[in-house]
Design a protein around this ligand. Structure first.
Ligand SMILES: [Mg+2]
Length: 160
């Protein structure tokens, strides 16, 4: 049984796994740019531009990263494991299945990318809710702004 002592919260892209999924930037439905998840983290839309996340419903050519080993280890120790990603909710099933295929039944997979608020804000809101339930909450993310926001609310946060 999972215990309520510690929660480990992991970003997905470039934290648990690297994939070849790209975020498209479109203008009037035409693709004008393609961003890696790393580029997407800090991309600001210009006038008329929209994000198109159609690649992100899927997990394309995944490579497990070192942080995935940590996730497996803490899962084996019966700690709660959460995924907290900037992908949209349409990606949830793919991530749940991916984690499961690699031996981890995540407590929850939170996809905050559909919000128009800043991702670091949305991630902080989810982390605040998780913190309510656990003695200690740990957070791992490759994006500095997400890590800095999480630190402000007292989550032990690590940039991978
Ligand atoms: Mg990431």
């Amino acid at each position: 049984m999972r215990n309520n002592n510690k929660a480990f919260v992991f970003d997905f892209d470039d934290t648990l796994a690297r994939t070849s999924c790209m975020v498209n930037v479109t203008v009037n439905g035409e693709i004008v740019k393609q961003l890696t998840p790393g580029e997407y983290n800090s991309y600001k839309l210009e006038n008329g531009e929209c994000f198109d996340y159609s690649d992100f419903d899927k997990i394309i050519s995944p490579v497990l990263l070192e942080t995935f080993e940590l996730a497996k280890k803490v899962y084996a120790e019966n700690h709660a494991v959460y995924v907290l990603t900037a992908r949209g909710t349409r990606a949830k099933n793919a991530i749940v299945e991916f984690m499961s295929q690699h031996g981890i039944e995540a407590n929850e997979v939170y996809c905050v990318g559909d919000s128009t608020n800043a991702i670091e804000h949305e991630k902080r809101v989810v982390l605040m809710a998780i913190m309510e339930t656990y003695g200690k909450t740990y957070f791992y993310d490759d994006h500095g702004a997400n890590v800095e926001e999480a630190k402000k609310i007292g989550v032990k946060s690590y940039k991978v």
